[in-house]
Design a protein around this ligand. Structure first.
Ligand SMILES: Cc1cc2nc3c(=O)[nH]c(=O)nc-3n(C[C@H](O)[C@H](O)[C@H](O)COP(=O)(O)OP(=O)(O)OC[C@H]3O[C@@H](n4cnc5c(N)ncnc54)[C@H](O)[C@@H]3O)c2cc1C
Length: 349
C-alpha cells in the first residue's frame, strides 16, 4: 500500500527491510525460523517506527484535498436520519455525514459504546517496548525473539537508522499506568535469556522511555452501525503476535477507498467492503488468538509443546508456506492466500 501511495522509497529509506523471523529458547533451541524469500526472492517485511509511518502518511494526506482537523477528542458518534453526527469533547457537533469511519484503535471508546456486546476482551499479557540504538551490531535484518516458557519473551525488531525496537512481555496487571516497572528484574532475566543483547537492554533502561501496550481481541458481529463504520484495530484488534495489525488497518483503508469509488451508495460500499475484508481479518484474529498463549500466558505446557514441535511445523513442506504467507500478511483465510505480485509485493485489489 505504501508503494501504491508513492511512499515505498521513503519508507525503506527511513525504516528497515526485514527478511524473516526467528525465535529461540533460552538454551538456543530454534522455535520459529521463517523467511519472506520463501515466497518470492524480492519479498521482505518493513520494520518502521510508528512516528515515521505516521509522518509518511501525514505528508501524503497533506498533498490530498482532504481537510484535517487535529486536537479534537471525539466522545460520541450518533445516527440522525440515516447519517452520522460526530461529537467532540467540547460538545461541538460535526456533520451530518454520509459515512463516519471510526479508527480509534483497539481500546475504541466509540466501539464500546455502540457495540457493547461484541467480544472485545483484554489479553492477560501485554508488553513494554522502546527503540534503542543498535550499539552492539545485533541487526541481521531478522525479527529476533527469545523465549523461556510462556512467561518470558523478548524481541528485537530492526526499524532502520541503526535502531532496534526492543519489546518485553509482561502481565497486563503490571502494565497499569501507575504500576512501577521492575526494570532491574527485567535486566537480570534478559541477560540470562539473550546475553548478546544485555548492553541494549541496559541502554534501554538508562533512557527509560518504555511504552506500555495492552492488547484486545476484538470480534465485531458486523463492521458498521448504519453509516458508522469501524476499521483497523477498532474493528479487529488482535495481539501483535503475528505482527499484522498495522498491515490490516492500512489495507482496510485502501480497500474502503476503492469500494467507495466503485459503489453507487454508501450502503453498497460498506457491503462490498465487508465482503472483501471479513475472511482475512477473521483469519488473523483467530490465528493470533490461537498462537498468543504459546508465547504469552501462564500455561506452561503450551511452552513445552511450542519448544518441542513448532520448529518442525516451520520446516514441513505443507506448513512452512502457510506460516510464511501468514507472516507476510497475504492469508485470506485458513485455506487460502493471495499470491504476491511479480515484484514480490502484496497484491492490492
Ligand atoms: C507492542 C506492539 C507491537 C506491534 N507490532 C506490530 C507489527 O509488527 N506489525 C503490525 O502490522 N502491527 C503491529 N502492531 C499493531 C499495530 O500497532 C496496530 O494494529 C495499529 O497501530 C492499529 O492502527 P489503528 O490506526 O487502527 O489504531 P491506532 O494506531 O491505535 O490509532 C488510533 C488513533 O486514534 C486516536 N484516538 C483514540 N481515541 C480517540 C478519540 N476519542 N478521539 C480522537 N482520536 C482518538 C489515537 O490517539 C490514535 O492516534 C503492534 C502493536 C503493539 C501494541
Amino acid at each position: 500500500m505504501l508503494s501504491a501511495l508513492g511512499l515505498e522509497g521513503e519508507a525503506l529509506a527511513r525504516g528497515g527491510s526485514v527478511v524473516g523471523l526467528e525465535a529461540k529458547t533460552r538454551g538456543g533451541r530454534a522455535v520459529l525460523d521463517l523467511a519472506y524469500a520463501d515466497l518470492h526472492p524480492r519479498a521482505h517485511g518493513l520494520g518502521i517506527r510508528r512516528g515515521v509511518l505516521f509522518d509518511l502518511l501525514h505528508g501524503r494526506l497533506k498533498r490530498s484535498p482532504a481537510r484535517l482537523m487535529t486536537g479534537s477528542e471525539i466522545i460520541d458518534v450518533v445516527r440522525e436520519h440515516g447519517r452520522a453526527v460526530v461529537i467532540d469533547s467540547e460538545l461541538e457537533r460535526h456533520g451530518p455525514f454520509d459515512l463516519a469511519v471510526i479508527a480509534d484503535g483497539a481500546h475504541s471508546a466509540i466501539r464500546r459504546r455502540l457495540m457493547p456486546d461484541a467480544p472485545q476482551r483484554i489479553y492477560p499479557w501485554g508488553c513494554i517496548w522502546t527503540t534503542v540504538k543498535d550499539s552492539v551490531g545485533l541487526d541481521t535484518g531478522v525479527l529476533g525473539q527469545r523465549v523461556d516458557g510462556t512467561r518470558v519473551m523478548m524481541g528485537l525488531l530492526p526499524v532502520g537508522n541503526g535502531e532496534l525496537t526492543f519489546f518485553w512481555s509482561l502481565p497486563t496487571v503490571d502494565l497499569a499506568p501507575e504500576a512501577p516497572l521492575d526494570l532491574a528484574g527485567m535486566h537480570r532475566t534478559a541477560v540470562a535469556l539473550w546475553p548478546e543483547a544485555s548492553r541494549l537492554v541496559a541502554d534501554a533502561i538508562v533512557v527509560n522511555d518504555f511504552a506500555r501496550a495492552t492488547y484486545r481481541d476484538v470480534a465485531l458481529p458486523q463492521w458498521n452501525d448504519g453509516p458508522i463504520l469501524f476499521i483497523g484495530d477498532a474493528a479487529h484488534g488482535t495481539s501483535p503476535q503475528l505482527g499484522q495489525g498495522a498491515n490490516l488497518g492500512l489495507i482496510d483503508a485502501w480497500t474502503l477507498a476503492r469500494v467507495l469509488e466503485a459503489s453507487r451508495t454508501v450502503a453498497d460500499a460498506i457491503g462490498r467492503f465487508a465482503e472483501r475484508r471479513s475472511a482475512t481479518v477473521r483469519f488473523y484474529r483467530q490465528a493470533s488468538h490461537l498462537l498468543t498463549p504459546f508465547f504469552q500466558s501462564n500455561l506452561a505446557p503450551l511452552g513445552w509443546l511450542r519448544d518441542a514441535f513448532m520448529i518442525f511445523a516451520c520446516r514441513l513442506p505443507v506448513l512452512r508456506p502457510m506460516a510464511a504467507t501468514t507472516l507476510a500478511g497475504t492469508r485470506s483465510g485458513w485455506l487460502s492466500s493471495v499470491p504476491l505480485d511479480g515484484e514480490g509485493r502484496y497484491r492490492l485489489t
